[in-house]
Design a protein around this ligand. Structure first.
Ligand SMILES: Nc1ncnc2c1ncn2[C@@H]1O[C@H](COP(=O)(O)OP(=O)(O)OP(=O)(O)O)[C@@H](O)[C@H]1O
Ligand SMILES: [Mg+2]
Length: 264
């Protein structure tokens, strides 16, 4: 059984389709990328997968997450899936963090709830969770979100998402808001954690270079529809859709411009 099966997923705002008949699957431990330009429906798709679509948006078709149907499911039946089954890391870490709570307490909450840790065991698990995302300084756990840098905040958001040991991590442009040097550290961190835990990864980005680094297979979204899907290596070598060819060509052009400038 696949960990995730998305079949003919359509999301509408009123009568307007934002995502049209999107289908793809993800096996346990697999890393799949979704690439597409701004507004192509990447975030709407990821929110539909976890049943987090905002009011006013309606989904049809099917999303089966670990065998459970998400489309049309009651909020109460989705709650047990968020955490142990699937978690999202968003582009802007502040969306995931409570501004009024110290970050250590925020990471403690899912550890308490999902792993039933208490007292010293809970404190040790919080320290380990911070160390795992390379936040070693114990003072950081006592900070409020606004007292951290963007990169540190995204590391906390990742620790928070991983606390319940999800089998699927959905990363929706997790590094887009960070500057390039910090970006690389966060991507390496995600790569390591996904490998160590054998998690499945759904990695969403508008950046072909980043998606091909992080994933084995990619889905190309355009205007809410899937225009191409295949192994990263094949898509880069022989894109089938003109839009994908254009993406590959512009990534290549950027690459050679960097080479010519001696920037790499
Ligand atoms: N809550 C909403 N109500 C109405 N329209 C929405 C809503 N959320 C998103 N949309 C629209 O759906 C389309 C897809 O948006 P989405 O956020 O999925 O794009 P995206 O591919 O994630 O883009 P980006 O790369 O900029 O994050 C856009 O046209 C957007 O304006
Ligand atoms: Mg988005």
């Amino acid at each position: 059984m696949n960990l995730l099966d998305v079949t003919d997923l359509t999301v509408r705002s009123g009568d307007t389709p934002l995502v049209r008949e999107v289908s793809f699957s993800l096996r346990a431990g697999e890393r799949l990328g979704i690439i597409g330009e701004s507004g192509s429906g990447k975030s709407v798709t990821s929110l539909a997968i976890t049943g987090l679509l905002s009011r006013g948006l309606t989904a049809s078709g099917s999303v089966r997450l670990d065998g459970h149907e998400v489309v049309g499911a009651a909020e109460k039946s989705l709650r047990p899936l968020r955490g142990p089954v699937a978690q999202i890391v968003f582009q802007e870490p502040l969306t995931a963090l409570d501004p009024l709570m110290r970050v250590g307490r925020q990471v403690a909450e899912p550890l308490r709830r999902h792993l039933a840790l208490r007292g010293d065991a809970l404190r040790a698990a919080v320290t380990a969770a911070f160390a795992e995302v390379a936040l070693e300084d114990p003072r950081l756990a006592r900070a409020f979100p606004h007292e951290l840098s963007g990169g540190q905040r995204q590391r906390v958001a990742i620790a928070l998402a991983l606390a319940a040991r999800p089998r699927l991590l959905i990363a929706d442009e997790p590094t887009t808001a960070l500057d390039v040097t910090v970006q690389d550290g966060v991507l390496s961190l995600l790569e390591r954690l996904v490998a160590e835990r054998g998690m499945a990864l759904l990695f969403i980005s508008h950046d072909l270079a980043v998606v091909s680094r992080m994933t084995e297979r990619i889905v190309v979204l355009r205007g809410g529809s899937v225009v191409e899907e295949g192994p990263v290596e094949r898509v880069l070598r022989a894109p089938r859709h003109p839009y994908t060819s254009a993406l590959v060509a512009s990534a290549r052009a950027l690459d050679s411009a960097l080479d010519a400038g001696g920037a790499s």
